[in-house]
Design a binder for this molecule. Structure first.
Ligand SMILES: [Fe+2]
Length: 243
């Protein structure tokens, strides 16, 4: 947004697509699938990638207490696009993303390269990150109670833009270099994969559940393979997985 000025123009906005689905039935079935994943993780003592503080340390553990405290992501164990139980969820996410993007882009041949679920318990969050090697990424809010934690996007040029003030002691652009969205059930946000983002802690008193995904426009098959079914015991030789 440009300030009210005769001379100044603020350049280079970033396209982010935001939409909401009111399909409560699909959300309920994806929530059930996510909890089934979590239940199996506990039952099988499966090593799982953690979020919250565990994300920064690339912590993968079968410790149920750590899973419960920090929250888990299926990202490291399974690409859900290949799980038949998740095929309806795949179709739903692809259709919704396609509808939102098709307003401005050709989505012919678009697929989901990889998809994962993350369950954030009370105080759970994800530190700032990007989705390396992809073009467009997305998040769909399956379960998003009030105060479950905003998602915050940050302009990666924030260092350059904020090292000097640009009039009236304000940094450039005048309305800041971060932008937050408050989750609600059914919200989908599509964003450039290079755009850094994090979430605030979930203080709702209940879980926040999301599906995250990277889109494949046909040019990222190598990357799809790279992120497809990562063996976490090989990825993390110092973290002892279950034998
Ligand atoms: Fe993300």
């Amino acid at each position: 947004m440009s300030p009210n000025s005769q001379f100044r123009r603020d350049l280079f906005p970033t396209p982010v697509f935001v939409g909401t689905s009111n399909d409560a039935e699909t959300r309920a079935s994806i929530e059930a699938l996510s909890y089934a994943y979590l239940k199996k993780s506990y039952e099988e003592n499966r090593p799982e990638g953690l979020v919250s503080e565990g994300w920064t340390d690339h912590e993968i553990t079968d410790d149920p207490e750590q899973k419960k405290k920090k929250g888990i992501t299926s990202f490291f164990n399974e690409n859900l696009i290949h799980n038949p139980d998740w095929s309806d969820a795949y179709d739903f996410v692809l259709n919704m993303a396609g509808t939102m993007l098709s307003e401005h882009h050709s989505v012919q041949g678009m697929k989901i390269a990889n998809m994962w679920t993350t369950i954030y318990p009370e105080d759970g969050f994800v530190p700032e990150h990007i989705h390396a090697c992809f073009s467009v990424s997305g998040v769909f809010y399956v379960k998003a109670p009030k105060n479950c934690g905003d998602i915050v996007f940050r302009d990666p040029s924030w260092v350059a833009k904020t090292m000097n003030v640009w009039g009236s002691n304000k940094t450039f652009p005048h309305d800041g270099t971060t932008f937050s969205f408050t989750p609600e059930p059914g919200l989908m946000i599509l964003f450039p994969s290079w755009l850094p983002h994090c979430t605030r802690p979930n203080v709702s008193g209940d879980d926040r559940i999301i599906i995250s995904f990277n889109l494949d426009f046909g040019e990222v098959n190598f990357n799809a393979q790279l992120h497809d079914g990562v063996d976490i015991t090989k990825q993390n030789p110092n973290k002892k997985g279950k034998e």
